[in-house]
Design a protein around this ligand. Structure first.
Ligand code: FCB
Length: 459
């Protein structure tokens, strides 16, 4: 059901009352159990096991062992008081070869997880794709193969039929621009290809997969509330040089527009349309632009860009102006950019917004009292949630906020170094220790006073 703008909360106070507070994770980053119960390999299993790809040679083989410890993690969330939990299904856990034979034990794991969440009165938000493409499909070209959209639609139908009685919130993809840009062109992510032509081809097929999947989910779960999760960051030239301005403009199109524009406005950015045309078939834009209910936003920081001829896209990452604070990832801390991003999305796409990832990596340590005093993370979250409320006051229709992440986890190319969790994970023992930010977030949620309710659609 497309959203009726008249149901938008009438005031910031009303928005606050019904606000959804949550936490997010993803399958490959936390589940582990890479070879348990019939799971097939994904492109991230293959990529991590290639020498030199990941810091410290880390892999997601064990990660947070969430596959075995999910009940403990749900208990943590109940203690935290979140209304919702966003997780992803590992496609190769339920379809080991990506299509064809179903893996019943894999499906049963998500049954257990969903039932545990509902028992704890936490609403499951299910994301179908957080980057772990089945390796068997990549062997057939992965997202560069147009058929991948059809394989994805069949996978979506399986998930919808299995869980649609209990799950009403679905996201088709997490950050399509990030996994295509880095996986197919700029380097640093699976499947590790660097080719601008293949990038554009993959982008178009992911767009097709999104639109096709929306139709499949609507048919199978009539009350579903559907969205997609985009990483959106302002693209800022790193200097006054005209070539850096051009680089920033170029990345803006690839990072911020090439997915939401065709999906929500029905067209590709004019400067990219010709380059994508060879991969299009008649009717594709109509297949891609299907009504959805909300815009999922992941936001961390603005991006500072400069021209870089060594990169196949001709764009490289630069530094923010001197004096701007940066996290251990090197990402600038600029809550004002978050506020501006929320306002811009509201104006451009006119959909309710859920912030489905925001947070920061901190060099956390367990102190003498056995606690983790992550004041820096508290400061970050306080500043960013304040910026969000300013955006709401200025009229942006923001309906929820999810912290990345519930747990310290496998941070892709950076391995287990950067800790993004509000819960510390001692990886050798898998002990979970809620950090000071966990308790801070619990108080924020409690103070917001929302009565938890399981919504159907947005109405
Ligand atoms: C986002 C990813 C998420 C996590 C955070 C830090 O781009 O969606 O999996 O790695 O960054």
């Amino acid at each position: 059901m497309a959203t009726n703008p008249s149901v938008a909360p009438s005031s910031p106070e009303a928005a606050r009352q019904n606000f959804v507070w949550g936490v997010s994770t993803s399958s490959y980053q936390i589940e582990g159990a890479a070879d348990r119960d019939g799971r097939g390999p994904s492109i991230w299993d293959s990529y991590c096991h290639q020498i030199g790809r990941i810091a410290n040679g880390d892999t997601g083989d064990v990660a947070c062992d969430h596959y075995s410890r999910y009940q403990q993690d749900v208990d943590l969330m109940r203690d935290l008081g979140v209304h919702a939990y966003r997780f992803s299904v590992a496609w190769p856990r339920v379809l080991p070869k990506g299509s064809g034979a179903i893996n019943e034990p894999g499906l049963a794991f998500y049954d257990r997880l969903i039932d545990a969440l509902l028992a704890a009165e936490i609403e499951p938000w299910l994301c179908l794709y957080h980057w772990d493409l089945p390796q068997a499909l990549d062997d057939l070209g992965g997202w560069t193969n147009r058929d991948c959209a059809l394989w994805f639609a069949d996978y979506a139908a399986l998930i919808a039929r299995r869980y649609g009685d209990r799950v009403k919130r679905f996201a088709t993809f997490n950050e399509p621009s990030v996994f295509t840009l880095f996986g197919y062109c700029m380097g640093g992510q699976a499947p590790g290809i660097a080719d601008q032509g293949l990038l554009l081809r993959a982008m178009h097929h992911v767009n097709l997969a999104h639109g096709t999947c929306v139709d499949v989910l609507r048919t199978n779960v009539p009350q579903a509330s559907l969205g997609i999760i985009h990483n959106r960051e302002p693209c800022v030239p790193a200097s006054d040089a005209p070539q850096d301005a051009a680089a920033a403009h170029k990345l803006d199109l690839y990072w911020n527009n090439v997915f939401p524009d065709p999906q929500l406005l029905g067209y590709y950015p004019p400067l990219l349309a010709d380059a994508i045309a060879p991969f299009q078939q008649p009717g594709d834009l109509a297949r891609i632009c299907r009504p959805i209910d909300w815009f999922g936003l992941n936001h961390y920081s603005p991006l500072y860009l400069k021209a870089n001829d060594r990169n196949p896209l001709g764009v490289g990452f630069g530094d923010p102006p001197p004096g701007v604070q940066r996290t251990v990832m090197g990402w600038p801390v600029e809550p004002g950019a978050f506020r501006a991003t929320l306002t811009e999305i509201h104006r451009r796409y006119r959909l309710p917004i859920y912030v489905l990832e925001n947070g920061t990596a901190v060099t956390d340590k367990i102190d003498g009292k056995g606690e983790v005093a992550d004041q820096q993370r508290i400061d970050f979250l306080a500043a960013y949630t304040a910026a969000m409320f300013e955006a709401i006051k200025a009229g942006a229709d923001v309906r929820g906020y999810f912290v990345w992440s519930l747990l310290d986890n496998f941070e892709w190319g950076s391995g287990y170094g950067p800790r993004f969790g509000i819960t510390y994970v001692d990886f050798p023992t898998q002990r979970r220790i809620p950090k000071a930010s966990f308790h801070w977030y619990a108080r924020l949620i409690k103070a917001s006073g929302r009565t938890p309710a399981l919504p159907s659609g947005e109405a």
